[in-house]
Design a protein around this ligand. Structure first.
Ligand code: SAM
Length: 288
């Protein structure tokens, strides 16, 4: 709930602290700005005229929920949770500290809720630009507060307030991550690598991940964040039926250039089940 994380949230316009009023139906900042909490329990924290991008559609969020609930990405979720544990251990955060984990582009909350279950007493900020994702995030875990915001417009969080930032296949604003991290805090990135879903690329006509993505991440973060580990390759086979393949494609923008009818025809032409490679790098970075 938002009340669990109110101490880390900030006015998106001027960074001042927020507090809940009228039974947490509104958040009000020290400078007097007011933000309504939606009936479903999330709050939109956007400066000025609001949000320009909309992020994942309802269909994409549903497809993501379907795919992830089948456990196909279990090794990814285990790796992210273990990365968070390692980050907390490096910073010697005691169990009693109620650490805050901010998941950026959190989607359905699959990764964040798994991590919160595993890290006793931890609290989560589930941030996404999509209101459809935000609705899911309010329901994903009782210790999650759900926030709609654009990572490129700045994070509506206090300076030095977050123990661990997680970014799973989502946009990266290194300067903002460095600003909100506590002194010894870390960012845990999971980034798709070339070869991810390789077996589906040709038959479905979808684009591959570009080369050198992890190197570019490190380069773009220079001056803000610096690696504390070597990138760890996480690669495993998934056995997917056509429904899971349709859900996987439906949750990503990779097939937007193909018409839905044509995409469906290509999926139906696939074997009943296929072994498909999942491949990504996990990287932890601390403040530079
Ligand atoms: C590929 S999905 C990953 C979702 C989730 N991390 C997962 O792996 O299941 C990317 C997510 O980032 C969100 N997103 C896209 N642009 C964003 C932005 N500028 N600010 C915040 N979230 C954004 C999308 O709405 C979507 O939920």
């Amino acid at each position: 709930m938002l009340s669990d994380i109110i101490d880390v949230l900030a006015d998106p316009a001027d960074g001042t602290a927020l507090s809940g009023v009228d039974d947490f139906t509104r958040l009000v900042s020290e400078s007097g700005h007011s933000f309504d909490v939606a009936r479903q329990g999330f709050v939109t924290l956007a400066p000025g005229a609001g949000l320009r991008h909309r992020g994942d559609s309802m269909e994409m969020v549903r497809a993501r929920e379907t795919f992830l609930s089948r456990g196909h990405f279990a090794p990814f979720v285990e790796a992210v949770t273990s990365g968070v544990h390692d980050a907390l251990d490096d910073a010697a955060v005691p169990d009693t500290a109620r650490p805050v984990i901010a998941d950026i582009g959190a989607g359905t909350g699959y990764y964040l809720s798994h991590t919160l279950d595993d890290v006793e007493g931890s609290r989560g900020v589930g941030l996404d630009i999509s209101v459809h994702a935000a609705r899911q995030l309010t329901r994903c875990h009782k210790r999650v507060g759900s926030v709609v915001a654009d990572v490129w417009a700045g994070l509506p969080m206090r300076d030095r307030s977050i123990d661990v930032v997680t970014v799973v296949f989502a946009p990266r604003n290194a300067a903002e991550f460095a600003r909100v991290l506590k002194e010894d805090g870390q960012v845990v990135f999971l980034t798709a690598d070339r070869g991810h879903l390789a077996e589906l690329r040709e038959p479905l006509g979808i684009l591959d991940v570009e080369d050198g993505k992890i190197e570019r991440l490190v380069e773009q973060a220079r001056g803000h964040l610096t690696p504390v580990t070597e990138p760890e390759l996480i690669e495993f086979p998934m056995v997917l039926d056509r429904e899971s393949i349709a859900a996987q494609i439906g949750m990503s923008p990779s097939a937007r250039h193909i018409g839905p009818g044509e995409l469906d025809r290509r999926i139906q032409a696939l074997p009943e089940t296929m072994t498909v490679t999942a491949r990504a790098h996990l990287l932890r970075m601390g403040r530079a």
